[in-house]
Design a protein around this ligand. Structure first.
Ligand SMILES: NC(=O)c1ccc[n+]([C@@H]2O[C@H](COP(=O)([O-])OP(=O)(O)OC[C@H]3O[C@@H](n4cnc5c(N)ncnc54)[C@H](OP(=O)(O)O)[C@@H]3O)[C@@H](O)[C@H]2O)c1
Length: 245
């Protein structure tokens, strides 16, 4: 198994480190300067590479996906902030017959957590005295809010609870509607990423919490995803990895 690392920032470097511990060979490592407009990703440079792993920027990653597709190389995409282009990307993946796996959060713990949240939401959907909300806490340098992961958890809840039909990410100016699922964001210090799902009734409340401790979990999950994606065609998410266990 050989990977190429596309985007050699904080995540790219962590993937490099964790790959060594799993016996995964690391081929080329592409940074911004060696990959302007994805020109570094060619058939020749990706020869022998089973899967590219992209943790770059939203601006760069669509070009990177296109270049990987042109060269016929599978790609795991950790970069967030491009999901509005998913329909076009899915078409490209089908046309070029490659495999692509994306996730807003590659942590294995978070992906199991999302399953637990979905299961809890199914039960609480039957008891309409329970309300539900999501809260995420991240370090003060995080640029986007709410986190892609909080939105993903929100979607899991919307899928399972019929009475929740829309996500509210703004601070409420008054009472919120029963159909709204409030997602709130808190920015403080150096928190790597904490996500809480609160089910609340007059009688009791249930809080499910996932707290990331460092970037290792994201890197490990991306490498597990790359191993799973080797030789596959089509568009996948971490849910497909978990479902196949
Ligand atoms: N899905 C997940 O589990 C997960 C987890 C953590 C982070 N992320 C996401 O992953 C992305 C990267 O995160 P990070 O913390 O590693 O950020 P980062 O430290 O800023 O690294 C991004 C790297 O991409 C490089 N880059 C820019 N354009 C490029 C190009 N055309 N080709 C190759 N590399 C290019 C940048 O180079 P320069 O430094 O030269 O500009 C930078 O080193 C973000 O979108 C983040 O939200 C996802």
């Amino acid at each position: 198994m050989k990977i190429a690392i596309v985007g050699y920032g904080k995540m790219g470097k962590e993937i490099d480190r964790v790959a060594a511990t799993r016996g995964i060979a690391v081929g080329p490592r592409f940074s911004k300067s060696s990959n302007v407009h994805a020109k570094g990703l060619t058939k020749a440079s990706l020869k022998g590479v089973d899967v590219c792993i992209d943790f770059s920027t939203p601006a760069a990653c669509l070009d990177n996906i296109e270049a990987a597709a042109r060269s016929g190389t599978n790609i795991v995409v950790g970069t967030t902030g491009w999901y509005d282009k998913l329909p076009e990307v899915t078409k490209l993946v089908q046309a070029k017959q490659i495999g692509l796996l994306y996730s807003p959060n590659f942590s294995l713990g978070m992906n199991v957590f999302a399953k637990l949240v979905g299961a809890a939401a199914v039960y609480f959907d039957s008891f309409d005295m329970y309300d539900v909300a999501v809260r995420e806490i991240h370090h003060k340098a995080k640029t986007d809010s709410p986190s892609g992961t909080a939105l993903m958890l929100g979607q899991v809840i919307l899928n399972e609870m019929k009475r929740k039909r829309e996500i509210l990410t703004e601070a409420p100016r008054g009472a919120i509607k029963g159909s709204q699922l409030h997602i709130s964001s808190l920015r403080v210090g150096t928190v790597v990423g904490t996500h809480e799902v609160l089910f609340d009734s007059e009688a009791d409340s249930v809080t499910l919490v996932h707290a990331a401790k460092n970037r290792t979990g994201f890197a490990l999950g991306a490498l597990v995803a790359a191993e799973w994606l080797k030789g596959k065609r089509g568009c996948y998410t971490m849910n497909d990895v978990l479902e196949s266990l």
